[in-house]
Ligand binder design. Structure first.
Ligand SMILES: Nc1ncnc2c1ncn2[C@@H]1O[C@H](COP(=O)(O)OP(=O)(O)OP(=O)(O)O)[C@@H](O)[C@H]1O
Ligand SMILES: O=c1[nH]c(=O)c2[nH+]cn([C@@H]3O[C@H](COP(=O)(O)O)[C@@H](O)[C@H]3O)c2[nH]1
Ligand SMILES: NC(=O)CC[C@H](N)C(=O)O
Ligand SMILES: [Mg+2]
Length: 530
């Protein structure tokens, strides 16, 4: 385990569970999230110093609503492990300890004011004072508390907002301290962790690096060879640099041109790898292979699965080639998979999200074939993007790489809606995207945007160009701000900028006569269109 106390989150499916993890890590304390119905053995094996029960969409009254295992609370008590329940987590604690939770007369969604009791360690010396604005999202309420508990905050509607039983080290917050709209949320979490639980803050990226290098060396051993799927993006570049530091020339990187890359991307990526990173990389031309398999396919999830499978076929073939050269077949594959990829994709056991929905299968997680032979090494699997960028800086990865906007492995296939092989959609999209991105760079906006790209829509509209009637394509521009890709807001360009870009696109790209902008946030949309 990384050098720091572990705060373990038991996840009951709240949309905000990942935020709890992020907030705690930002306090230099290591935090992980596992399924809220994990076995007692799985929980105790991790040896957490603190356990937090997340919120969730369920109601404690319904049969089969998820809960922690029998024996969890006695274990926590006898090991002096503090437990904090948030929202559904509070309701679970109350119900399992013999209190009563009922369907509330009034629901509380969004901003609410609460009055807190500052003699509680959760709110002691709070600068905000007795009245606090918090973010609520619940319909049930605790009405009778279990023995030993008392109320330490109430909402203006009179509902229980915070409870504690200090001698048993049990705490509960009905609101969400992890969301930024809760003004004192971070302070309450900080006091809970450091003052109430006495947690040590010692989780640093340097430790993560050392820890991961050790894990890689232990896994790979002294003479096995390893393949790394390198995309030119932030994640795989940092992953490759880390593994290269651990095992040196036994790492063999492969960059796949799947025909779904952006304008001149192959040339640009290969050149920068050689010039700036000094990593040995082989480029595999698999354009025909991917596009043949994608012909006629329109369903987004099917596209993603096909792409995931083709990637693995190529990595297998590359391993075979290396066997002929080295006399030994690499048995491991490094991928730059991140925590959000795992959270949003088909949830593998232990990843936590067993009580929430699969949004889309990221090609490198849910899209992987079941019978793949290469074993995975994913050193960034527990990190968020900003943490990966931090790790990259420690590893001296050039800033230019670290600042690149994310680009999904399925590439333009999830940005050409419908059949990607139809007409010259891919070519049109490449030209439009290049104009958009170059304009953003020229305007000095690239670093303030999380991700920007163009989308090819499978519709035609009527235009008039050079006095001629055209019946051509519509493209959409999307630019978003985000911290980790889990939630996002659309970026506000000045009208003049948009006007310029639209003009450049229609003048410069044959086959396009209309440009629209995507102004939806995530949720309700996602960042990519498929
Ligand atoms: N064209 C490619 N060639 C080889 N591997 C790829 C390619 N595209 C994606 N991958 C693999 O899939 C993983 C996930 O892709 P993803 O786009 O999430 O990460 P990334 O490209 O490394 O970083 P970023 O999110 O910044 O683009 C990559 O880390 C890499 O291992
Ligand atoms: O490597 C990847 N493989 C994928 O299959 C994939 N799908 C989405 N993304 C990227 O993830 C972030 C969130 O995207 P969505 O809001 O579209 O789910 C955004 O940054 C997306 O670009 C992917 N990255
Ligand atoms: N956000 C939550 O955890 C909600 C818990 C429960 N479903 C309620 O409505 O009260
Ligand atoms: Mg990428």
């Amino acid at each position: 385990m990384v050098k720091s106390d572990l705060v373990l989150i038991l996840d009951y499916g709240s949309q905000y569970t990942h935020l709890i993890t992020r907030r705690i890590r930002s306090l230099s304390v290591f935090s992980l999230c596992i399924s809220g119905t994990s076995s007692l053995a799985a929980i105790t094996h991790l040896n957490p110093s603190v356990v937090i029960l997340s919120g969730g969409p369920h109601s404690v009254h319904t049969p089969d609503s998820p809960s922690f295992p029998d024996g969890f609370l006695p274990w926590a008590r006898s090991n002096a492990v503090p437990v904090l329940g948030i929202c559904y987590g509070l309701q679970l604690l109350v119900q399992r300890l013999g209190g009563h939770v009922r369907i509330g007369d009034k629901q509380e969604y969004g901003k609410m004011e609460i009055s807190v009791n500052q003699s509680s360690a959760l709110f002691a010396d709070d600068k905000i004072g007795k009245r606090q604005v918090v973010w609520m999202s619940h319909g049930d309420e605790a009405v009778t508390l279990p023995d030993g508990f008392h109320v330490v905050a109430r909402s203006d509607q009179g509902a229980v907002a915070a409870i504690e039983n200090p001698s048993a080290k049990l705490y509960g917050l009905q609101y969400h301290p992890e969301v930024t709209h809760t003004e004192g949320g971070m302070d309450t979490l900080r006091r809970f962790l450091f003052d109430v639980c006495g947690v040590e803050a010692g989780w640093k990226m340097e430790d993560v690096m050392e820890q991961e290098i050790k894990v890689i060396n232990d896994t790979v051993g002294p003479d096995e060879h390893v393949i790394c799927a390198l995309s030119g993006g932030v994640d795989s570049t940092v992953a490759a640099t880390l593994v290269h530091k651990a095992i040196g020339d036994r790492l063999h990187c492969v960059f796949v041109d799947n025909g779904l890359l952006r304008y001149k991307e192959r040339e640009r990526v290969m050149e920068t790898f050689e010039k700036d990173l000094h990593l040995p990389v082989v480029c595999v031309d698999a354009v025909d292979q991917f596009l043949t398999k994608l012909k006629g396919v329109t369903d987004p999830e099917t596209k993603r699965k096909i792409i995931g499978k083709e990637f693995i076929c190529i990595f297998d073939a590359f391993a075979q080639e290396l066997e002929e050269k080295l006399g030994k077949k690499p048995s491991y594959l490094v991928q730059g998979t991140l925590y959000p990829d795992v959270i949003e994709s088909c949830p593998p056991p232990g990843s936590g999200r067993t009580h929430s929905h699969t949004i889309k299968s990221h090609h490198n997680v849910g899209g992987l074939p079941k019978d793949m032979k290469l074993k995975l090494i994913e050193p960034l699997k527990l990190l968020f993007k900003d943490e990966v960028r931090q790790l990259g800086r420690i590893l001296d990865v050039p800033e230019g790489f670290l600042k690149r906007h994310p680009f999904p492995g399925p590439g333009l296939a999830v940005r050409v809606l419908g059949d990607v092989t139809e007409g010259n959609a891919l070519d049109i999209l490449r030209q439009v995207d290049e104009i958009f991105i170059q304009s953003i760079k020229d305007a000095g906006l690239y670093d303030s945007i999380w991700q920007a790209f163009a989308v090819f829509l499978p519709v035609r509209s009527v235009g008039v160009q050079g006095d001629q009637r055209t019946h051509s394509h519509v493209v959409a521009l999307r630019a978003v701000t985000s911290q980790d890709g889990m939630t996002a807001d659309w970026y506000y360009f000045e009208h003049k900028f948009l006007d310029n870009v639209a003009r450049k696109i229609c003048n410069g790209v044959r086959g396009v006569n209309r440009v629209v902008q995507d102004i939806t946030s995530k949720p309700p949309s996602t960042i990519e269109w498929e």
